[in-house]
Design a protein around this ligand. Structure first.
Ligand SMILES: [Zn+2]
Length: 241
């Protein structure tokens, strides 16, 4: 095992200092075992996946940011993943999973955004970092960066797999700019000034309207992503433990 801290620049507050290991997704969301992780573009180039003994994640946030976002948002995300798995197990429809989660929309949205800030494609995040910083480091702040869109789906195919990709995809003359994180059992897409890049995604922008302290029954209807990328990952021999 390596040491648990490294020195560098925090991807959230931008301060140079000691970084702690940030689990993406949070450790509470079944991310505490040994995994192989690899950037999507590296996988496409056939590079070998790196093994992480700590679960998926990286030294991306300073101890202060890691502790705050963990306590404020990621615990909620862990509960959400439990609810997703339960609903997935009991699903009656082959194409989507409908369920109710009782919690805070804002906490969930911020947990997902924290994952993108710490682990997403940095070119994508960089231009928005100051706004993300204010939004995420003030726990009750509800001023969501307006040009950012949030979409999600059930991602059932590869356990313990994640990837991040920033793509500009032109489809029918439309350009989509987005970043993506997939990790069993969920897939999230963060768009920049565009709509969802494909139709196997639920619009999660209603999560932005929440408040930190609220506890509401939040309705979800998430399509099951039969996956256009999982087969590529599997064919490259990215094995998981
Ligand atoms: Zn920080």
């Amino acid at each position: 095992m390596g040491k648990k801290t490294k020195t560098g620049k925090c991807k959230l507050c931008n301060t140079e200092g000691e970084l702690s290991f940030e689990h993406v997704p949070p450790k509470s969301a079944f991310n505490n075992c040994k995994v192989y992780q690899q950037a999507f573009h590296d996988l496409l180039e056939g590079k070998k996946a790196k093994q992480s003994q700590l679960g998926a994640g990286a030294y991306t946030l300073c101890t202060s940011c890691n502790t705050k976002t963990g306590a404020w948002y990621q615990l909620e995300y862990g509960k959400f993943v439990e609810a997703v798995l339960q609903a997935y197990k009991n699903k009656t429809d082959a194409n989507s999973v409908k369920f109710t989660f009782s919690g805070s929309r804002l906490k969930l949205a911020k947990a997902i955004l924290t994952m993108f800030v710490s682990f997403g494609t940095q070119n994508f995040i960089n231009s928005r970092r100051p706004r993300f910083k204010t939004f995420l480091l003030e726990k009750s702040n509800t001023v969501w960066p307006q040009d950012i869109g949030l979409y999600g789906a059930i991602y059932p195919k590869l356990e313990n797999q994640r990837k991040a990709a920033c793509l500009g995809k032109i489809s029918n003359g439309k350009t989509f700019t987005y970043d993506e994180i997939c990790f069993y059992p969920l897939r999230f897409v963060l768009t920049l000034d565009s709509t969802a890049p494909d139709n196997c995604l639920a619009d999660l922008n209603y999560l932005k309207e929440g408040k930190y302290e609220e506890k509401n029954d939040i309705q979800f209807d998430l399509p099951i992503d039969k996956d256009h990328f999982g087969d590529i990952l599997a064919s490259l021999g990215c094995t998981l433990t």
